[in-house]
Design a protein around this ligand. Structure first.
Ligand code: DAO
Ligand code: DAO
Length: 283
């Protein structure tokens, strides 16, 4: 196993590759974790592939910042089964539902009574690989990483395109009540419904929050999947059980905006999503 300073680690190294990354290990990363086969293979490929300037650029970006591995440059065999978020210790599968690929991990924090911040949940953002290539490949596949970074439309492309997306929330706060979920939700999503939809969206908000029945428990460790299915259907599951589906482009956009919009809960997670999406588009 190779010791790297990254904010995440892979939980399943199938064939640990020997350490060959002395240049990379000296970089100033923020958290020390272990990095196994998947990204090691990637790093090796990128280092030894001067004919692919995109990969080199992407690698530089990747090393200068912190990020998930660039999936586009890993073969499926090299993809680790899951990625561990070092801030919370929560683990996210690299792939959900067969084709949804993990693009970024973030943390939702909340200030309590203006006093202290609590970690409410860690989240993973996934997008459907096939949809991404089909719907975005033609338009963005030819652009370089820096061109993509400057492209204004690309910034919002996951928000605006009918691509399967899942945001998986894993609760880390141990004392969440349904009441506090409802009111946080009315605040965060309510603001977005107004921003995108204008005045009267009370009914839509009501429809969504009425899915949160009083008897539902969401202890630490609960997994909530918020999925945008084709045709702008927002589907919610808790620990794998369906809670409900609502067809609304506005609701889908308002929810995803919390994570990949203009003011996301975790800015780094959004940057990771953009970078990993770019990497997949270069495949
Ligand atoms: O009042 O005890 C408290 C703390 C409540 C924090 C609520 C934050 C809720 C964030 C939404 C969670 C969605 C699953
Ligand atoms: O973090 O402010 C926020 C909003 C998160 C959206 C959470 C939706 C939660 C739906 C499941 C509720 C279960 C009772």
């Amino acid at each position: 196993m190779v010791s790297f300073r990254f904010p995440f680690s892979f939980s399943q190294p199938p064939n640990p590759t020997p350490a060959t990354h002395s240049s990379a290990t000296s970089r100033p990363f923020t958290a020390a974790v272990t990095l196994a086969a998947g990204a090691a293979a990637f790093a090796a490929v990128a280092h030894t592939n001067p004919t692919n300037p995109f990969l080199q650029n992407a690698l530089n970006f990747f090393l200068a910042d912190r990020s998930l591995p660039l999936w586009g440059s890993l073969s499926l065999n090299d993809t680790p089964a899951s990625v561990v978020d070092s801030k919370t210790g929560v683990s996210f599968p690299s792939v959900l539902d067969g084709t949804r690929r993990l693009l970024g991990i973030g943390l939702r924090r909340k200030r309590l009574l203006g006093l202290k911040n609590i970690d409410v949940y860690a989240y993973g953002i996934y997008a459907d690989d096939i949809d991404v290539k089909k719907l975005l490949g033609k338009k963005y596949g030819k652009l370089s990483l820096s061109e993509l970074q400057e492209n204004k439309e690309y910034n919002d492309v996951l928000l605006e395109t009918d691509i399967g997306v899942t945001v998986r929330l894993q609760i880390v706060y141990g004392k969440l009540s349904i009441g506090s979920v409802r009111s946080a939700f009315e605040e965060s999503v309510g603001t977005r419904l107004q921003k995108f939809g204008g005045s009267d969206n009370q009914e839509l908000l009501q429809r969504f929050t009425s899915q949160f029945k009083d008897e539902i428990k969401i202890p630490r460790g609960s997994i909530i999947d918020l999925s945008r299915e084709p045709g702008y259907v927002l589907r919610t599951t808790i620990d794998g059980n369906d809670v409900g589906s609502i067809q609304s482009k506005l609701l889908c956009k308002s929810i995803l905006d919390l994570y990949i919009g203009e003011e996301p809960f975790d800015k780094q997670a959004k940057e990771d999503v953009k970078l990993n999406l770019a990497s997949i588009l270069q495949e």
